[in-house]
Write a protein that binds this ligand. Sequence first.
Ligand code: SPQ
Length: 431
Amino acid sequence: MQQRTLLTNINGLQGEIAVPGDKSVSHRAVMFGAIADGKTTIHNFLPGEDCLSTIDCFQKMGVSIVQKGEYVEVEGKGISGLEEPSEILNVGNSGTTTRLILGILSGIPFHTCLIGDDSIAKRPMGRVTVPLRSMGAKIDGRQDGQYTPLSTRGGALKGIHYHSPVASAQVKSAILLAGLSAEGKTTVTEPEKSRDHTERMLQAFGVQVDVDGNTVSIEGGQQLKSATIHVPGDISSAAFFLVAGAIVPNSRIELKNVGLNPTRTGIIDVLKEMGANLEIKNEQIRNGEPVGDLVISTSQLKGIEISGDIIPRLIDEIPVIALLATQAEGKTIIKDAAELKVKETNRIDTVATELEKMGARITPTEDGMIIEGRSSLHGAVVHSHGDHRIGMMLAVAACIAKGDMSLQNEQAIAVSYPSFFEHMENLTIKK
Ligand code: SPQ
């Protein structure tokens, strides 16, 4: 396990960065390219470990994929061009890879075996294996297919109308991807709208997708046609620098080309409601996805309540929002976020445990947390628990902490933001 000394109590963060490509979009670009007809090219791909796991899985199914940094070429031969892998598919730490691949494999008659790391082994897979089986997929696995390792042998699928109990883009996407190989129409209705990159990108690959509020439908038998994809910067990665810019004195950071898909911009709404100095510039649409530049500077913040249908729009940002709230005047209450318990770690527990080591006052609840502001934070030996978002949140917390600080298991950050510390270093004004 690697440990890193973190820079503490810095003199400000100033300058301009382009955060890496969006993780959700990068995964989908590789997957859809792999099951499309013809060559797909991907620009500004995220070469993080999760997306590399997706590439590796499709290469093991006979797809030729050449990745050079942020540029990728995928030679798709259609969904029926995938080949039975002779090796186990290893999804690493990636929930997106696991669940979306299960959807694709559901309609393919060959056999596969899927494993991941210790964190993946704890994440619930029944939320996709149960509806996929109801479409006709043959999926088995530990505890009757609730957890990895999993094995698939797809079959003749029938379209379903699935009412998902959770707002989850991974559940929605898995069922829609299986729907491509199913007879008839497949529909998913969610309690709140989750991120819609699958719907948008399938259309860029020539698939007809019908969206009506929180309901999405797709007709089976549609063939994807190759596409050129420009991946926007990841707002979930930008979030760490948005929070850093707001809480570190003497800061002004410009973040270029950030994805502003409305199903992902809850962090912007929260920052504005808390009183942050945040400006959005150069908004435009690229590849069906809105993008723009964000400028954040040191802000006076106030506590707010965060609950209801904004939660799926900022679910991955809650760890760093909790840090933001420690620097706001008054109380911040986060509710309706029980999904945090089934991420790379139980993010309610890991956020509270690690920030409390630094002097924050956080009460974990069943579906969120209550954060008392403002707290002055001090250095500590903190731990990512193998969760990239916890690791980055703690590195941002260090910027305002007094005393020495180190982060254990810092390598987890490479899952979604391999250049995180380089960007942090470039922006930092040292004392
Ligand atoms: O891929 P993974 O491991 O599930 O990654 C996370 C993350 O923090 O990066 C969640 F832990 O993001 C998910 C996100 O929470 C990525 C995702 C997607 O690309 O479809 C959707 C969300 O998960 P869910 O379960 O709500 O569908």
